[in-house]
Every structure is written in C-alpha cells, then in structure tokens.
Design a protein around this ligand. Structure first.
Ligand code: NDP
Ligand code: OXD
Length: 307
C-alpha cells in the first residue's frame, strides 16, 4: 500500500525524505509516476490536476498539504465518499500570527514609507500611530493565533466568524450586523478566512467603504477574497490608507499588475506561513494508521461548509 504525493507545483523531496525517516519502507510515489494506482491509500495534494484523484480506485483519504482546502474543493471531479483532511500545525499558526503582527506594526510605525525614503536618501521622521484596534476575519487556527498575539502587544482586538465564539480578551462577532460593528473604527482589518462560496469577494466595495480613514487591510487568506479593482479605488479614496497582501487572485502575481508599483501596497509572495514538510509527514503517517484501522483521518474538512 502506498502514499501518493500529488503536488505538481511543489518540490516533494523534503516531504518524501521526512516520510522515509518516520516510516522506513513506506511506499511513497510522486505524481505523475503513480505506478499501480490500486495501491494508493492516501494522497497528499496541493493544486492537483482536476479529476486526477478519480484515477485512484482504493483511495481512503485525501490530505491537503496546506491549511486551505479551496484547491481541493474547487475540483468538480473529486472521488465521492473519500474523506478530506487538512494540515493543522501549531507552528503554522504561530508563523501566521508573526506575519500579521509584522504587517500591523509596519503600518503603525510607517516602515514602508521609511523604506521608500531610504531609496531617495530622505531623512524625514514622523510620529507613529497609537496601538489601535484590529478586526480579524476568521477565528480559526490562523485567525485566533493572530488575534491573541495582537492582543498581547496591546491592540484592542475584535474577531469575526461564522459561528459564535468566546475568547478571553477578544470581542467576537458573527453575521452581517456583527461585521458592521467589528469594522466600525478598526485600524487594521485582517483577512484569515478560508475561501468558500460564502467568503469569495467579501473584501469588496461594500466592506472597503466601511474601513476607517488611515486604516490598513491585511490579506493572508486567499487572493479571491479581494476585489482587486475595488481595492485600487478604495486606496485612492484613503479608506483604507494601505494594504499588505500575501495572496492574489493570480499567483505568481503577473509582472504588469498595478499592485507591484502602488505606493500604498506591500506585497509578499504567499509566504505568510509556510508548511513544514516534517510536520506534514507526521500527519500523513498518523492518517495512514487511522485509515488502516478503520478510523477517519484527523482534521477533517466539511465539504458542505467548504473548510
Ligand atoms: P480554520 O478552518 O481553522 O478557520 C476558518 C475560520 O473562518 C473559522 O473561524 C470560521 O468560522 C471562519 N469562517 C469560515 N467561513 C466563514 C463565513 N462565511 N463567515 C465568517 N467566518 C467564516 O482555517 P485556518 O485558520 O486554519 O486557515 C484559514 C485560511 O488561511 C486558510 O483557508 C487559507 O486560505 C489561509 N492560509 C494562508 C496561508 C498563507 O501563507 N497565506 C497559510 C495558511 C493558511 P467558525 O469558527 O465559526 O467555523
Ligand atoms: C495554506 C497556504 O493554505 O499555504 O497552508 O496558503
């Protein structure tokens, strides 16, 4: 029985090596060299070619190589009845929290402006913004870790989720009304939602128009949460004043995209939080043991909710 690494856009060597260390003798195949497809029990996927999972007749679990599963659930030809699980890791959440804190502090201290000033040898100190208020959209593994770190450095933190949450030190909202309350006066709006039919495009004209003058948008969820044209127009109007973006509708971001040269936009290339292959390997092995003893994998995804 075998594990298939179905990640055409990624280097699989670290994951394969980690699997060999953890489970010596495990039969690991790297797509497209599938061999006997009937031997594949578990497929680890990232941006797999749509329909390719249908070729595995005895598949018992599909694992996402990352936290997000939009790349899997967007495939209209997934095998029916095969459980889908995602990568969940405290290290991934910690790294995301650090990323969000970096973006928030950079806005607060005006770091993008100083980087620009350095290019022109300009010495122009300016006051920094007070700690302020952050609204975190999505209070899952990523959002909660980020919200807690922001609260720990003195921000007033609000969170927004689909179902009601209660967390010490955070003000939590749900629903459209709650979103409006969360947005009111927020200095930073941070998107850590999964991409689903309900969340796609939600960083659009209506939400951006409700952001405070001088505020910052941070998107590390998915590019398709954001209406890119609406953001350009909103930045012109100063609400928000700046955007810090890690994810884009088209990745890599095309060279002629207006975001690259926009003075109010900071870009990172989808690196907010990077999957650790050794941690994935541990979850693959655990998943194998579970499915072989008739259990479901951990960290299951709900295909109806889309995350
Ligand atoms: P989780 O599934 O743990 O959390 C998702 C959160 O979003 C939950 O709080 C959920 O609410 C909330 N949510 C979902 N749908 C809605 C909705 N319609 N309205 C309001 N809230 C909603 O996901 P993670 O925190 O692990 O990951 C979130 C996303 O972060 C990933 O899907 C991925 O897109 C992105 N990501 C990006 C990375 C990067 O490097 N840029 C790295 C890792 C992840 P509830 O709690 O009520 O269920
Ligand atoms: C993820 C990602 O979903 O890297 O883990 O975007």
């Amino acid at each position: 029985m075998a594990v298939l690494l179905l990640m055409p856009s990624r280097d699989t060597s670290d994951l394969a090596a980690a699997l060999a260390r953890l489970e010596p003798g495990l039969d690991v195949r790297v797509w497209p060299k599938v061999g006997d497809a009937a031997a594949i029990e578990v497929a680890v996927c990232w941006s797999h070619p749509p329909g390719s999972l249908l070729d595995l007749p005895r598949l018992r679990a599909i694992l996402s190589y990352g936290a997000g599963v939009d790349h899997l659930l967007g495939d209209p030809r997934l095998p029916e009845g095969v459980p889908i699980a995602r990568f969940v890791d405290p290290g991934l959440a910690r790294d995301m929290a650090e990323y969000v804190l970096t973006a928030v502090l950079a806005h607060r201290r005006g770091i993008p402006r100083y980087l620009e000033q350095q290019r022109t040898r300009t010495w122009d100190p300016h006051p920094y913004r007070p700690a302020g208020t952050a609204l975190v959209l999505g209070l899952g593994r990523m959002g909660l870790a980020a919200a807690r770190l922001l609260a720990a450095v003195g921000l007033e933190v609000r969170g927004w989720s689909r179902t009601p949450h209660e967390h010490e030190g955070l003000t939590c909202f749900t629903s459209e009304d709650g979103l409006a309350q969360g947005l009111a006066g927020a200095d930073h709006v941070i998107c850590l939602l999964p991409l689903t039919p309900a969340t796609e495009g939600m960083l659009g004209r209506s939400l951006l128009a409700r952001m405070a003058p001088g505020s910052q948008l941070v998107n590390a969820g998915r590019g398709r949460h954001l209406d890119e044209q609406a953001l350009l127009e909103a930045l012109d109007a100063g609400r928000p004043a700046a955007a810090w973006l890690d994810v884009f509708a088209d990745e890599p971001l095309p060279g002629d995209h207006p975001f690259w040269t926009h003075p109010a936009i900071t870009i990172t290339p989808h690196v907010a939080s990077l999957t650790d292959p050794a941690a994935v390997a541990a979850q693959v092995v655990e998943c194998l043991h579970r499915v072989r003893s008739g259990e479901l994998p951990g960290n299951l995804v709900d295909p109806v909710q889309g995350y």
